[in-house]
Design a protein around this ligand. Structure first.
Ligand code: CP
Length: 310
C-alpha cells in the first residue's frame, strides 16, 4: 500500500475516521480476510523491519492475540509486554515504561489497552511510537467496531438504512461508543436497549430509538449487538441479578424463532445465559466467531496502513 497524506498515522478513536478512511480500511481488511482464508502463505513481508509492541495493561484474549497474529503475519517483529510481570508493579509509570520499550527500538507501532479512558491522548505527546488504541476504559475500541462492520459486510449486509440495536450495559461500553459512531457514519440507524441507568442520556440525539425491553428491540432491529455485563467495572447495585437481567435484556431462542433473519453479534467474552443464551450464541445467526476471524484481518489492515506512513 503506498504511503500518502490520507493514510491514518495513529488510531485512537473512530471519531478521527472519515468515511473514506473506513471504506479503505474495510476494503484492505476484506482483502486480508480472503488471504487468510486461502491459507496459501504463512506470512507476508509488508511489515518487514517494523517493530510492534503490544502493551496490554488490562486483560484481553481476542484483541491481544489477533494483533499479535496480524503483526506476525505481516512479517513484523513483535514484543508482547506483560504488565502483570513488569516493573509497573514496582511503581514505574506508564510513560516511563513506554520510553523504556522505545529505547530498545522495539516500538515503531505501540498497540495499547488500558482501563483509563483517554489514556492514549494523554501519553501521545510524550511518545514517538505510532499509537493504536486496543481499548481504553469505557471510551473507545476502534478496531472492535471496524471488525464488527467487516463481519457484517462479510455476511452480505448493506449498511444504508440498516437497523442495529446495541443491547445491555451501554454506560460502561467502549464498544457501544465506537460502534454508534462508525455505524452511523456508514448510514445505519443505531438504537440502544438496556436498563435506564445503563443507557446514558448523552447519546439521545445520536440514536434512532431507545428500548427498555429486549423484545421491543429485536422486533425493531435487523442486527443485534449484545454487550457483556462488565462485572469487573460494576458495582452490584447496577443490576439486581443476572437472572433478572437475562429475562429483560438477554437474547433468547424465541427471538430467533420470531425473527430468523436477525444477525447477532457480541464483542466477547460472552456471559452465557446473562446477556445471551447459549442457543443464540451458538446459532447460525450468530456472527461471534466470524467477528473473531475478521479481527485478525482488520488489524492487519490497520497495522499495514500505519506502517506505510513510517
Ligand atoms: N472484544 C474484546 O476486546 O475482547 P478481549 O477483551 O478478549 O480482547
Amino acid at each position: 500500500m503506498p504511503a500518502s497524506q490520507s493514510m491514518i498515522r495513529n488510531l485512537l478513536s473512530t471519531h478521527q475516521l472519515s468515511t473514506a478512511d473506513i471504506e479503505r480500511l474495510l476494503q484492505q481488511g476484506a482483502s486480508y480476510l480472503q488471504w487468510l482464508r486461502s491459507g496459501r502463505k504463512p506470512r507476508l513481508n509488508t511489515l518487514d523491519d517494523v517493530s510492534v509492541t503490544l502493551a496490554f495493561f488490562e486483560n484481553s484474549t481476542r484483541t491481544r492475540i489477533s494483533f499479535d497474529l496480524a503483526a506476525r503475519r505481516l512479517g513484523a517483529e513483535v514484543v508482547v509486554f506483560d504488565a502483570a510481570a513488569s516493573s509497573l508493579t514496582k511503581g514505574e509509570t506508564i510513560v516511563d515504561t513506554i520510553h523504556t520499550i522505545e529505547a530498545m527500538h522495539s516500538a515503531q507501532i505501540l498497540v495499547m489497552r488500558h482501563n483509563i479512558s483517554g489514556i492514549h491522548e494523554q501519553v501521545q505527546p510524550n511518545v514517538s511510537a505510532r499509537l493504536v488504541n486496543a481499548g481504553d476504559g469505557k471510551n473507545q475500541h476502534p478496531t472492535q467496531a471496524l471488525l464488527d462492520v467487516l463481519a457484517l459486510l462479510d455476511a452480505g449486509v448493506n449498511f444504508h438504512g440498516l437497523k442495529v440495536v446495541i443491547i445491555g450495559d451501554i454506560l460502561h461500553s467502549r464498544v457501544a461508543r465506537s460502534n454508534l459512531d462508525l455505524l452511523t457514519k456508514l448510514g445505519a440507524h443505531v438504537a440502544f436497549c438496556g436498563p435506564d441507568h445503563l443507557v446514558p442520556a448523552e447519546f439521545d440525539s445520536q440514536i434512532a430509538a431507545k428500548f427498555s425491553h429486549v423484545d421491543q428491540a429485536v422486533e425493531w432491529a435487523d442486527v443485534a449487538i449484545a454487550l457483556r455485563i462488565q462485572l469487573e467495572r460494576m458495582i452490584e447495585a447496577f443490576i439486581p441479578s443476572t437472572t433478572e437481567f437475562h429475562e429483560r435484556f438477554g437474547l433468547k431462542r424465541r427471538h430467533l424463532e420470531e425473527k430468523p433473519r436477525l444477525m447477532v453479534l457480541h464483542p466477547g467474552p460472552i456471559n452465557r445465559e446473562v446477556e445471551i443464551a447459549s442457543e443464540v450464541a451458538d446459532a447460525p445467526q450468530s456472527l461471534i466467531l466470524r467477528q473473531v476471524e475478521c479481527g485478525v484481518a482488520l488489524r492487519m489492515a490497520v497495522l499495514s496502513e500505519i506502517a506505510s506512513t513510517l
